[in-house]
Design a protein around this ligand. Structure first.
Ligand SMILES: Nc1ncnc2c1ncn2[C@@H]1O[C@H](COP(=O)(O)OP(=O)(O)OP(=O)(O)O)[C@@H](O)[C@H]1O
Length: 740
């Protein structure tokens, strides 16, 4: 194959398991085929960022990784991205021991795959001189094709002609595409978004909506704004709509009093921000300049760009996309392996039996689960408390009070082990010039505490803050909110919509964490808060509601406290009765895929359709399916894998959106196909993991307006117990799917 020019961002996106065939359906990636080289670039890439050249001399099948490593493509890609990041560190590249690397002049050879590869495939790569450091993957070697570095060094090496010429154009094209998608909703509302507006806001005016909404929604919309309000309600109960109406109301009533308030609506994702912005335009008949609608990190970027932008040469490793999260997990896995090989012997004796067993385990699933738990501990506990390695940091960590939702660490010895791994993790990020979003937020917070911000917030701050999907914000993110208010003499007035069930474990933590955190700022925000509750669901039918309630009852008891819980016994649906959700059980994984393809065929003409994948570990398989469904050209298929994706809002009345359930939060579709549900049987021990999976299932099911179909297959364990119980109670209609 011709050489490929790509980027760290593109490698990471491909490493999420996105099938190379699905690049055409991805809103994040762009593939450009040239005469001498091909390009794959990702949205968010910079023209001045490092370029990655993959020479592909031996490739016949695989697009990026060596042929023969297709089955571990994701981990190979992830390691490639990590190599390029490490190459950016000043003072030369340092690789973890388990990569078993060799160096010869500027050439580096290392194991291509993190998992065991019987052929022992190695890359021969070379960081090029320059700033940033471009990297070339010249070739690969394996047991059958051994090639020493010193011999390879004698072979003349030549980069493809013109390889750096079209790169700029490709990056500009992919970024221009995203800008269009984001900006278009504001500038070209009628044309581009009519079908969705009509389903969300029905084309009604504010007065029409005010007359039509339920009593509990109206009470919230009309409530005084002298203190903060928490609006609780299950999925689809009209929280977003009520927040939107209240924001409009406050602006128009202030205008009539001759003042012009600055109002901010904060969301967790770009897609929801764009949706709310469109709803405002539609309800008001025109944009309202006093209202800003943005994801939190975007606000941080406009307020104090020096803390968010890449000026220090550091870039952000994000949790706001599937690829960012995956990259973090991969990094923690590497750090864990290295820790086991070195320091673990000195720590082992002081660790509890449970933690010891988890760290000692060689099972890939156990290691992954541990990496996941550690990532939560690092982000939502250690990072959220602004503890970064340094003098006194370990002691502060040991003294933190622990709450039930946190990773059970039984002894100070356990905490010391976790802290040691955390320090290594931060060191390794540092070496690769990476920052976590937590670190950025902590820096931003210290800026927001300065006098200079205190002065500028009078002009740049907001009078009223609305926060949708409050349950998805980490404690740290929530602290930032305080400083965004304009008037420092009163507590910020924040109107937040929340449904704790929609929050996968790490963010669940965010909600419950308020009870355990000592930060006075956080307490102030939440102390004097009026409570409103919505108990009518407007999105979906009574049949879907019964299934959603069933999932709610399956949650392990998690004491979130009265202020956060929703009383599901009173919840009703205002929609007309519809079909009972169906469970289609196939004999094999391939059978399940044909069942899904058949359902897409049948349901596509009837409206917007989503395929929500509950367990993201299974995303890879379904992304390949999405690619095949898109290939037929009969369907418009888009994949959504980050908070930044707005493709799901594209201007189509029809279309299939495929994505991990967590990125579909806040959105709705006529029909939702749900797949990738792992077993969370009664013997399931990790309660936090069970809550995470149930909340993703709850989220997936509750995106549907009219129809739900759930797909399982016997290869992956067949129907899981939570679904079996739903069938036994008549909430799901079980059908046999394809058996081959
Ligand atoms: N009182 C109402 N009458 C009719 N339709 C309504 C009413 N309230 C909300 N809706 C509609 O119900 C749907 C769900 O509303 P919305 O997205 O605001 O719910 P939500 O509580 O924010 O959901 P989620 O938490 O799942 O994101 C939307 O289509 C909205 O237009």
């Amino acid at each position: 194959m011709k050489p490929l020019i790509t980027t760290i961002g593109a490698l990471k996106e491909l490493a999420t398991g996105l099938s190379p065939d699905a690049i055409g359906t991805s809103s994040t990636l762009l593939l450009r085929t040239g005469a001498l080289v091909d390009f794959i670039v990702a949205r968010g890439d910079s023209i001045s960022g490092p370029r990655v050249v993959v020479m592909r001399p031996l490739n016949e099948v695989e697009v990026v990784v060596p042929d023969g490593l297709g089955s571990s493509r994701a981990s190979v890609l992830s390691r490639m991205a990590s190599f390029v990041e490490r190459a950016q560190a000043p003072g030369g590249i340092q690789l973890p021991r388990n990569w078993t690397s060799y160096k010869y002049n500027s050439l580096v050879a290392f194991y291509a795959d993190a998992r065991s590869d019987p052929r022992s495939t190695r890359w021969i790569a070379e960081p090029l001189a320059g700033e940033p450091t471009d990297v070339v993957f010249w070739t690969s070697t394996d047991n059958e094709r051994e090639l020493d570095l010193d011999r390879f060094a004698l072979v003349p090496r030549e980069l493809p002609k013109g390889w750096d010429q079209d790169f700029k154009g490709a990056v500009q094209e992919v970024n221009a595409r995203s800008e269009l998608e984001v900006v278009k909703p504001n500038s070209d509302v009628e044309i581009s978004l009519a079908p969705i507006e009509s389903s969300l806001t029905k084309g009604w005016t504010y007065d029409e909506w005010h007359a039509a909404i339920s009593r509990d929604q109206r009470q919230f919309v009309d409530a005084p704004v002298d203190k903060s309000i928490r609006l609780r309600g299950p999925a689809g109960s009209g929280k977003t709509l009520a927040l939107t109406l209240k924001a409009i109301r406050e602006v128009t009533s202030s205008r009539s009093r001759g003042s012009s308030p600055r109002v901010l609506i904060v969301t967790h994702s770009w897609s929801l921000a764009a949706q709310i912005s469109n709803s405002i335009d539609s309800i008001n008949g025109a944009p309202i300049p006093e209202i800003d609608v943005f994801p939190l990190l975007e606000i941080a970027r406009t307020l104090s760009p020096q803390y968010v932008n890449d000026e220090s040469g550091f870039s952000l490793i994000g949790e706001d996309s599937f690829s960012g999260k995956q990259a973090q997990l991969d990094e923690i896995l590497d750090v864990l392996t290295e820790f086991k090989e070195t320091d673990w012997v000195t720590f082992r004796a002081q660790a509890s039996e449970v933690l010891r067993r988890r760290i000692d385990s060689e099972d890939i699933d156990d290691r992954f689960a541990l990496a996941w738990d550690l990532s939560i501990e690092f982000g939502s506990v250690i990072g959220a408390s602004a503890i970064f390695p340094g003098v006194g940091a370990e002691l502060r960590y040991l003294q933190l009070s622990r709450a039930t939702w946190m990773l059970p660490l039984e002894s100070p010895g356990d905490l010391k082990v976790v802290y040691a791994i955390y320090s290594r993790y931060v060191e390794s990020l540092d070496r690769r010039a990476l920052l976590t979003s937590d670190q950025v937020l902590v820096d931003l917070l210290s800026h927001l505490e300065t006098h200079s911000w205190n002065r500028s917030r009078r002009s740049q701050g907001y009078d009223l803050l609305f926060v949708d999907e409050f349950h998805l914000f980490s404690p740290l993110e929530r602290q930032v909110l305080h400083y965004l208010s304009r008037d420092t003499s009163i507590y910020p007035r924040v109107f937040m919509a929340v449904d704790p069930r929609q929050s996968p474990s790490e963010a669940f933590i965010g909600v419950a964490a308020d009870e355990t955190r000592s930060s006075s700022a956080s307490d102030e925000l939440l102390d004097d808060v009026a409570q409103y509750e919505l108990t009518t669901v407007h999105r979906f039918t009574p049949e879907i509601l019964r299934l959603v309630k069933h999932v709610h009852h399956e949650f392990p008891t998690l004491d979130l406290g009265h202020d956060w819980e929703i009383d599901f016994s009173n919840v009703e649906s205002s929609k007309e009765s519809g079909a009972v959700p169906r469970l289609i059980c196939a004999g094999t994984a391939a059978g399940e895929e044909s069942d899904i393809a058949r359902a897409v065929q049948e349901l596509y003409p009837r409206g917007r359709l989503a395929l929500a994948i509950v367990e993201s570990k299974q995303w890879r398989r379904y992304s390949a399916l999405a690619a095949r469904l898109g290939e037929s050209k009969k369907h418009h298929v888009s994949t959504i894998t980050s908070r930044g994706d707005v493709e799901a809002l594209a201007s189509r009345a029809r279309g299939l959106v495929v994505g991990p359930a967590e990125y579909l939060a806040g959105l709705q579709f006529d029909t939702v196909l749900v797949a990738g549900i792992p077993d969370m049987g009664d013997n399931f021990t990790a309660l936090s993991e069970k809550s995470r999976l149930l909340s993703l299932l709850y989220l997936a099911l509750s995106r549907a307006e009219r129809d739900v179909r759930v797909f399982t297959n016997n290869d992956d364990g067949g129907a899981v117990s939570v679904l079996d119980r739903a069938v036994a109670n008549g909430l799901l209609k079980k059908e046999q799917g394809s058996q081959v």
